[in-house]
Write a protein that binds this ligand. Structure first.
Ligand code: GUN
Length: 173
């Protein structure tokens, strides 16, 4: 988390490329969202900035929404175990206690990740900073019963929560 957060007036004054560089990582491997929102300034606060970023995702074609969902790593997935996550994802998975699992728990996550991907064709997304291990495992069980349409909506809503927390790390409010 950067030590120097930006004020809203600083954010409104940033050149577009600089805005995209700073806020691109609010959405995992998907800088197109910040890039589009750069032209939708000024904003009057963090909530409005978040709302405009989310609006960009909500109004994007479903293919782009799916690409955003698929840009997320599995929880306790191969990239996590190899230490190959973005710094934001590393912090998030650690916040849920996922860096400290027994080998049986790791195997359970891998089984559920595979079952979820097999059914829906994208990774299971839950805001890891707002859920601990047991809540995440319960989420797998419950959400595996849903339709794909419901899960696309749920994944986007979870991504919006992830984005809000990432944004709060970058902005004074
Ligand atoms: N995949 C599932 N949940 C999360 C999350 O909270 N953060 C990241 N980066 N990836 C995820």
């Amino acid at each position: 988390m950067p030590a120097n957060r930006l004020s809203i007036s600083q954010i409104n004054a940033l050149p577009s490329a600089e805005f995209t560089r700073i806020f691109g990582p609010v959405f995992e491997h998907s800088p197109w969202i910040a890039e589009a929102a750069a032209d939708r300034r000024p904003v009057d606060g963090l909530e409005q900035l978040h709302a405009k970023l989310c609006e960009t995702v909500r109004t994007a074609p479903v293919e782009k929404q799916l690409a955003l969902i698929k840009a997320h790593p599995d929880l306790v997935g191969r990239a996590a175990l190899a230490g190959a996550l973005t710094s934001e994802s590393t912090t998030e998975q650690a916040a849920a206690g996922l860096n400290n699992l027994t080998s049986a728990e790791i195997a359970l996550f891998q089984k559920q990740n595979s079952a979820y991907r097999e059914k829906f064709g994208f990774p299971f997304i839950i805001c890891a900073r707002l859920n601990k291990k047991d809540a995440i495992l319960a989420g797998f069980e419950r959400r595996l019963q849903n339709t794909r349409e419901v899960e696309i909506k749920t994944a986007l809503e979870e991504i919006f929560k992830i984005a809000e927390l990432r944004l709060r790390d970058l902005v004074f409010s």
